[in-house]
Design a protein around this ligand. Sequence first.
Ligand code: 13P
Length: 336
Amino acid sequence: MSELNKIALKLISDGKGILAADESNGTMSKRLEAVNVNSTPANRLLFRETLFSSESMKECIGGVILYDETIRQTTKSGKSIPELISSFGAIPGIKVDTGAKDLANSNGEKITEGLDGLRERLKEYYDLGARFTKWRGVYNISEKNPSMLAIHTNAQALARYSALVQENNMVPIVEPELLMDGEHSAGVCLIKTSEVLKKCFEELILHKVDLSGIILKPNMILSGSNSKEKISSEEVAQKTIECLKNSVPTEVPGIAFLSGGQSEIEATENLNSINKNNNTKFIMTYSYGRALQKSALEIWSKNNDNIEGTQNTFNHRSKMCTLAAQGKWSYEVENK
Ligand code: 13P
């Protein structure tokens, strides 16, 4: 087993999942302002430190994805954030892309930037304690999109990023996200997601990326958020598994889904159904941002000193997700 494969498995085995707390300052400001909290470096640190000190970090969270600001911050007790995360046995990770920009000559599509100077930044992040990384490509679904142009350019960027990350002894999370926005059916989401994933793996292979040392972070197969079609979690599971079976090489150890705007319960129920029906050799778990933090942020925003209430809420959510990652979640345990 390679070192990278060991790190990948440590992040996602035994029902563990990944906490995506890597919101950029812009995104985090929107989240905080939505609950009437000032977005200052100190407030961003306080909320994140509260989550990263929770009990469930031990049994549920295999790794935390950080943003550049956070990986450099220090807790009240003088520990660095990577040290705090490692003290629970979880692995610190870092978002290394610099965001999605307009793709020239496209119809409103995006290309993710951040390759220039990446090798040097990776060395610094490794020294700060990171052992895995994330890069998100983002695609919108419409009749013509994602276009071949967006599919090719983003796949190439994901592959160049992954090769550089492995060169620096870290595990790349490869995140091609087809957004939920739109009126499309789940059938269309399935076809377009498969096309995107196949191209990503074609490029990863061309760039000689060790597939046993990556984690794929895809969207689930869902109908668009404005679609009239409503499908059950069993159908989400069946279509998601079909898509991954058709598009992902078997060397990949695991898949950690993004939540993508699903509610906390939807993201948990769908992951549970996927695991109940998982007939692949992939580990299927979570790498959620909003679906792990939303309720905890609401509680914390009402009183920043309510550490216990915030942590209890986060502990519950991560326990539910960890049960779902083993196909053991139910409404009964959710509401107990
Ligand atoms: P959500 O789970 O909120 O979609 O965030 C996951 C993520 O990392 C997006 O890049």
